[in-house]
Each structure stands twice: as structure tokens, then as C-alpha cells.
Design a protein around this ligand. Structure first.
Ligand code: ADP
Length: 351
């Protein structure tokens, strides 16, 4: 079943507080969309609106062409995996996986084959007769994924599926989820996470959420290279956000003129310049800024320098430094004009 998901102006409120505010988003058939944002930003609420566990106060939810806003969860053609696995402790693995099939009244003769297929897909074929307590956390989460896949959903909803796992398991499971997606190219996936690495790794597009609203949406590369808001710039990757004044040929920061693409921003307005720390170089170059090192962190592959430039702190992640720079030393930093993105600038009417 090919599906896709569409939110149309969906709002959800609890006791008078709006926790999802006029949320509109389209997930294409076969697309992985990550909902990324801090805790409490409304991500899970959006996902639960697709699942049918919360009823929107306004707006509609579509799965494929079907308006599912008023449908009960089991009639929506979804599979769902949550953080805490939520397996039935008293049921063997195979019965856990069969559960949703029985609930959906799938033909009895068909169930064992569907269970075997789902366990095979998640690498759990050898564990069908075990109980959840006899499995590791990672294995339990695989069973939860198998259970979601067994119903052959058009839409797979994943709510922080890796956050209960330790770091090493998590990166293995990320690769597994990417493989599953390749094996099920027609399934649309909505993936809730607060972890930017998970979002950048897995998602075709990322919807960035904050304060009950959609803030930004784009491919991981778009959001990383060309964020549209300060929130996105700092939440997706690391960023220097420098207050600047827009001038005719560029901007000025702490009294230093800098050449950047102002994209038609009004001269005289104030804006924020986003420069990624790993795109800042040490030594002279275009857009040179002088400052004093206030902190040095050795991070293995890189040195992170904090440099005071005119009372502002700049972060630079530098590779291949032979020697660790000294605290208090005067240094020059630079960045290429094309590596800077101007945010929040007023745009002139002819720009
Ligand atoms: P996220 O998934 O981004 O962490 P949630 O969607 O879970 O955010 O929650 C958004 C807001 O809604 C939070 O402030 C949360 O406390 C509130 N909330 C979520 N579920 C309920 C509920 N059942 N009753 C009351 N408030 C809720």
C-alpha cells in the first residue's frame, strides 16, 4: 500500500494549552521524514495525531488520499514503534508479532508466514519462542519493529525508537533502520527524535519543531548549509551566530567589514550571520577577524577554539593543528564568503 501522510493545519490542545499549533506538513510516499526538536515541542503529539491516539481540535490528517482524522487507530494502516518497546511480557516473541494481525482479523492461515517474514526482516528469526524478558533491549526493539511491520503498514511511525538503547547499539540500529527502509521503499516513515545525528543520518527531509510549531523543513543538506532561522542553525549542527549590521557590500561585525551574500537585505538593518565552526580557518584569509583565545578543547580529530572577537565568542573547529594553541594568544580567524548565511535580515522590496 502506497501512502504518504498529510497534516493540514492540525492543532491539538490539552486543557487550554496549545501543544500543536496549525501544523501542516506533507510526507511523500516512501519518504523518511524526521520530526526534530527539543523536548516538549509537540513532535510526539503530531505523531500520535497520525496514529489516532489524539484527536485534533482543528485540522485534518490524511494517509494517502484518505482523511483519517476521525478513524480509530486500527483502521489507519499504520505500524508504530515507541521508545519503551511496549511488548507484552507474557507473550512469546512470535505471539507479540502476531498480535496486531489477530487484532486486524488477518486470515489465521496467513499469520505464521507474516510473523516469520517480519522476524526475518529484523534479524530475529531465531528468537520466536523466547519471552521479551529473555532478550536484550536492542533485541526487544527489533521485535517491536517486527510487530509494526507485520501488519504491512503503508506508514511507519517511530517515536524515539533508539533513545532507550546505549550509544553503540544505537548506531547499529540506525544502520538497520536505513537498511529496512531500503527494503521497504514504498513505506512512508515519520520519525520523531531530538537527536540531530539520527535525523541527519536517516531522513530524506527534516521538519524542525519548536514551541508547538513547524519552524523549518528541508533536506538535511539544505537545513545544514542554508538554515532559514537561528533556531534551525543552532539545532541542526553547531553554529556561530554573529550579530551584524548590513551594509552596502556586505555586513559588519564588531566593527570589521565582512564580505557575504546579503541576498537583498536592507542596508542599515541588523541581522545574524551563521558560520559553522568547522568552516572557520586559522590564519589570514578572506573575512579575517582578530581575537584572543579564551578556551581550547582538544577533541581528538579537532581542536575547538573559543576566541573573543570584540567581546563576542567565536567557535572554530580546526583539524590538523600540529601544536595546541595557547590560551590568551592573539589569533586571526577567517571564513569564505560562501560559507556564511545571513539570517533574519529585513529584505528590501527590490531584493
Ligand atoms: P515532544 O514529543 O516534542 O517532546 P510532546 O508532543 O510529547 O512533545 O508534548 C508537547 C507538550 O504537550 C508538552 O508540553 C507536554 O507536556 C504536553 N502534553 C503531551 N501529552 C499530554 C497529555 N496527555 N496531557 C497534557 N499535556 C500533554
Amino acid at each position: 500500500m502506497t501512502s504518504g501522510i498529510r497534516f493540514e493545519d492540525v492543532s491539538v490542545a490539552y486543557g487550554g494549552t496549545t501543544v500543536l499549533d496549525a501544523f501542516s506538513l506533507t510526507v511523500e510516499p516512501g519518504e523518511v521524514m524526521a520530526l526534530l526538536g527539543p523536548s516538549g515541542s509537540g513532535k510526539t503529539t503530531a505523531l500520535r495525531a497520525v496514529a489516532g491516539f489524539v484527536r485534533p481540535a482543528a485540522g485534518r490528517v490524511f494517509i494517502g488520499d484518505r482523511d483519517v482524522t476521525g478513524l480509530p487507530p486500527h483502521r489507519r494502516g499504520i505500524g508504530m514503534v515507541v521508545q519503551q518497546y511496549a511488548l507484552f511480557p507474557h507473550l512469546r516473541v512470535e505471539d507479540n508479532v502476531a498480535f496486531g494481525l489477530k487484532a486486524r482479523k488477518v486470515n489465521k492461515g496467513e499469520i505464521p508466514g507474516r510473523v516469520a517474514e517480519a522476524l526475518e526482516m529484523t534479524g530475529m528469526a531465531a528468537y520466536g519462542t523466547r519471552y521479551p524478558r529473555e532478550l536484550s533491549g536492542g533485541q526487544q526493539q527489533r521485535v517491536a519493529i517486527a510487530r509494526a511491520l507485520a501488519v504491512r503498514p503503508g506508514v511507519l511511525l517511530l517515536d524515539e525508537p533508539l533513545s532507550a538503547l546505549d550509544a553503540q547499539l544505537r548506531s547499529g540500529m540506525l544502520a538497520e533502520l536505513a537498511r529496512l527502509h531500503r527494503e521497504l521503499p514504498e513505506v512512508s516513515i515519520l520519525y520523531v527524535t531530538h537527536d540531530q545525528v539520527e535525523a541527519l543520518t536517516l531522513a530524506d527531509r527534516i521538519a524542525v519543531m519548536d514551541k508547538a510549531r513547524l519552524q523549518d523543513c528541508g533536506t538535511p543538506r539544505q537545513l545544514y548549509r542554508r538554515p532559514r532561522t537561528e533556531f534551525t542553525a543552532s539545532f541542526v549542527g553547531n553554529a556561530n551566530l554573529l550579530p551584524v549590521a548590513v551594509g552596502g557590500a556586505g555586513v559588519s561585525f564588531a566593527g570589521t567589514p565582512l564580505k557575504v551574500d546579503t541576498g537583498g537585505a536592507a542596508s542599515g538593518s541588523t541581522a545574524t550571520l551563521c558560520v559553522r565552526p568547522h568552516l572557520v580557518g586559522l590564519g589570514d584569509g578572506p573575512n579575517a577577524l582578530r581575537g584572543t583565545i579564551t578556551e581550547v578543547q582538544w577533541r581528538g580529530a579537532t581542536h575547538r577554539l573559543y576566541v573573543d572577537v570584540g567581546g563576542r565568542r567565536l567557535k572554530a573547529d580546526l583539524r590538523e593543528l600540529r601544536e595546541t594553541p595557547e590560551l590568551g594568544a592573539e589569533v586571526t580567524l577567517h571564513f569564505a564568503p560562501e560559507d556564511a548565511v545571513l539570517l533574519g535580515a529585513g529584505v528590501t522590496s527590490d531584493g
